[in-house]
Write a protein that binds this ligand. Structure first.
Ligand SMILES: Cc1cc2nc3c(=O)[nH]c(=O)nc-3n(C[C@H](O)[C@H](O)[C@H](O)COP(=O)(O)OP(=O)(O)OC[C@H]3O[C@@H](n4cnc5c(N)ncnc54)[C@H](O)[C@@H]3O)c2cc1C
Length: 459
């Protein structure tokens, strides 16, 4: 019996998509090509998933794990000889504990459902990102996703209390810890957070919830100089006493592009060098609003910001966030590549100057749009070389990534390595770090069947 038939006996008819059914599935939410695989396997329980992996391990069968397929680094790409393991049928919210402020979920639950389940209990799951409707919590954990509120709540790593994971050979590691404090030995869940499915398959998670905010204050401000933006960040963070939850920056080119698309008057004039969208989440609606506005007034008095508009309704807040989230506008230019990098704050202006010079020298027709989560040192660079030659793509990657190592930056701030960034991992990780990564891979997945070709190769 072939391996797909053996797996069919484990997961049942509904658990297997092959042939035409598999070919109809898209390889990613923004992609036109279809999933390539021997079959797409959709277990319903951890026991089924464990038996599937045991079978694949014994046969040396490569397995590629699929969450919501919103990843941006080709971490879930498969070949026609792979088995795709999709978590889409493991989508139960199993337990909500409003007293301990935790929720226990299966890995295939979409992020937005976790957010809504928390809200129904007056709580908040702070992770938020544009792909919330499709991305699964298992994929968020596997990529250690970041998003818009990292400055306050950290990345996914800071929101996970416990995990259940199935190792490559089918062994189930159930570490569904619910406590904030637990220093009993190695914190094994960290091996699976951010390792992009190369060390195990996440099947369930215990997530930490926070009290839902009672106030939300949002403003868009115009700033002339980068240094002033950094000083404004410090002023806002200290003055808001821990309430600052987002500090998103758009450089002028990006702001002009997204405001032109709305066809209305930009909320803040188009003449500044930088635009900051800042948001504070608090617990005292009346007091928080005046504190927020006082910070803006103080920043204007000190000459840090030139103009500000404060959202006075949910509709206005949504409109301000829509500008920051309207990344699709960059695809007016072709070919377009989007990069996700991070750098120490003070090195950002020098890095951007160097990048602009290199782009001008190589492709005078280039278009560069910069935006990102400035509070986290995380830049997104949308670049069109206007050069149809496929070799330009690799050349551009070199120009963007090469300076990062020396500056103490990273080739991946929040999207992971996948296959796209694997050639550049060495720019920001030492040989000893990479060799330890390879050793972990060899120890946990000795037959190298999980997500082959992603992040690092085995030792
Ligand atoms: C519009 C848009 C906005 C985005 N904004 C952000 C953002 O602000 N911040 C950010 O960090 N990312 C962002 N992303 C990227 C993406 O949404 C995240 O990387 C997300 O966490 C991926 O989740 P997923 O379920 O779609 O995973 P997939 O794309 O399906 O998989 C991603 C990786 O995780 C592995 N994986 C998936 N599920 C599991 C599992 N259960 N166990 C083990 N491994 C698994 C896959 O094999 C793959 O390597 C954005 C993407 C889009 C399209």
């Amino acid at each position: 019996m072939g391996i797909v038939e053996r797996i069919r006996a484990i997961v049942g008819e509904r658990g297997v998509l092959d042939g035409r059914e598999a070919a109809l599935r898209k390889a990613g939410i923004w992609r036109d090509d279809s999933i390539k695989a021997r079959a797409i396997i959709r277990p319903r329980t951890t026991d089924e998933l464990s038996a599937v992996l045991e079978c694949c391990h014994a046969a040396g069968q490569a397995v590629v794990i699929h969450g919501g397929l919103t990843g941006l680094v080709r971490g879930a790409d498969s070949t026609a000889s792979d088995i795709v393991l999709s978590l889409e049928r493991m989508r139960d919210i199993e337990a909500m504990d409003p007293i301990g402020r935790t929720v226990t979920v299966q890995a295939g639950v979409p992020l937005q459902q976790v957010q809504e389940a928390a809200e129904a209990h007056g709580l908040m799951f702070p992770l938020d990102l544009g792909a919330r409707g499709s991305a699964q919590i298992g994929g968020n954990i596997a990529t250690n996703a970041g998003g818009n509120r990292v400055i306050r709540f950290g990345m996914v790593r800071d929101m996970v209390l416990g995990l259940e994971v199935v190792l490559a050979d089918g062994t189930v590691i159930s570490a569904l810890n619910q406590m904030l404090k637990n220093n009993a030995g190695y914190d094994l869940k960290q091996l699976f957070i951010g390792t992009e499915g190369t060390l195990g398959v996440i099947t369930r998670a215990v997530l930490r919830l926070r009290e839902a905010p009672r106030s939300r204050s949002t403003a868009l401000v115009g700033i002339n100089e980068f240094d002033a933006a950094v000083q404004f960040l410090r002023l806002a963070d200290s003055g808001l006493g821990g309430m600052l939850s987002a500090f998103e920056v758009m450089w002028r080119d990006f702001y002009s592009l997204v405001t032109a698309a709305t066809r209305g008057k930009p909320p803040v004039d188009d003449g500044f060098g930088l635009y900051v969208l800042l948001e504070a989440l608090g617990g005292d609606p009346a007091g928080d609003e005046s504190r927020f506005e006082n910070i803006l007034s103080a920043a204007i008095e000190r000459g840090l910001i030139g103009d500000a508009v404060v959202a006075k309704s949910d509709a206005q807040r949504t409109a301000l966030w829509a500008l920051r989230d309207d990344v699709e506008q960059v695809f007016q230019y072709s070919p377009m590549q989007i990069f996700d990098v991070s750098l120490p704050l003070t090195t950002i202006p020098g890095y951007l100057d160097l990048l602009r010079q290199s782009l001008e020298a190589q492709w005078p027709q280039n278009r560069l749009f910069v935006f990102g989560h400035l509070g986290d040192g995380n830049l997104h660079l949308a670049i069109s070389t206007a050069d149809p030659d496929p070799a330009a793509q690799r050349q551009l990657e070199e120009i963007v990534y090469r300076p990062l190592g020396e500056l103490g930056g990273s080739v991946s701030a929040e999207h992971g390595i996948g296959m796209d960034k694997k050639p550049y991992l060495r720019l920001c990780r030492s040989e000893t770090e990479i060799s330890l990564m390879k050793g972990l891979k060899a120890a946990l997945d000795p037959a190298a069947i999980l997500n082959p070709g992603k992040v690092v190769d085995p030792a």
